[in-house]
Design a protein around this ligand. Sequence first.
Ligand code: TRH
Length: 378
Amino acid sequence: MPRLSLDLFCKVVDNFGDIGICWRLARQLEREHGIAVRLWVDDMRTFQRICPQVDPGAAEQTVDGVAVRHWASQDGEYTPADVADIVIEFFGCDIPPGYIAAMAQRQVRPVWLNLEGLSAEEWVEGCHSLPSKHPRLPLTKYFFFPGFTDKTGGLLCESGLEAERAAFAADPAAAGGFLATLGVTAAEAAALKVSLFCYPYAPVAELFAAWRDGAQAVTCLVPEGVATDAVAAFLGQPAVPGAVRSEGALTVRVLPFVPQQDYDKLLWSCDLNFVRGEDSWVRAQWAGKSFIWHIYAQDENLHHKKLRAFLQRYAGGSAFDEFSLCWNGAAQGDWPQLWKGLATAMPEISAKSAEWQQKILANGDLATNLTKFCASLT
Ligand code: TRH
């Protein structure tokens, strides 16, 4: 039987998350579900940042078994033979009109999905898998929502991830060895290790001051390009990879931006991870360590509602909630006190993570749920 084919269209909008999510999904569908995936990406340079094997100048290439196409324009002629069995547009990106016309001409119409962004809000359950008929053509598009309950599409999680993480955790030299490749010294690694990935408007300077004046030694590892103003202000020099400075109890070190597969190792190597957006937030939940989420800001503080919906589901406790709300500007607090509370609660928060993972994975992972949903429509 021929393999199922799938076209995944990804438009990169000023961040790494869109391609981060699509790349992860494409690889998993290819590897674990035997689907012939073609990933269409408009911004090959951003793709290359998370996946260095990518040649940003190539119109077509195969990376890690996945066919990658540079999605250079909305123009172009397509025939029904160009159209895959399953077509996914990520986050409502408009796929080329010529491609849509060819979809309508295909004898067996493709399954067409719009893969949406992740939210813990309740309304997601009501919208997941809803159909939307094309106004003119004989085509139906379905909305597929990731989520935290069995009435949603679940979260991206590779089948071997937990075994990989457990093997890393069981090897006493693994974390130190990995961090050493990023320039982290043994003395820095002996402190409480924190990775920092957030948007530029996070209260980083306030947190740095609390760490600097605190009793506990903290090493904060910041990938290049993250919170550059606050990091450069602390360093007293540009925030380039290798830049490092200690003051009081705090050491801040700028790391190179690591390939996506190494980003998991960074999360596994740290005691506390600050993550943002969607993909790093989900990875932090699989990492089994304490984490704090910086949500992408939206108009009228819509993101505060989304944050609260997650905090309620996650039930990480009052210190976790207070810190998270203040980190996201949804409340005001005293940073030394907030940090003291979070540091005390960290063992409890990370101990809870296995239970949380079990609960979420009971709903199935996103790639598996997506393939089942597609099969149910054919
Ligand atoms: O880049 P982001 O801010 O993306 C977000 C989300 O997609 C969100 O849904 C969207 O609305 C918003 O953008 C506009 O954060 P996110 O989702 O965590 O994606 C970051 C990706 O970058 C993730 O795949 C991990 C990867 N990464 C690396 O590969 N190396 C690194 O060093 C770091 C820090 C991240």
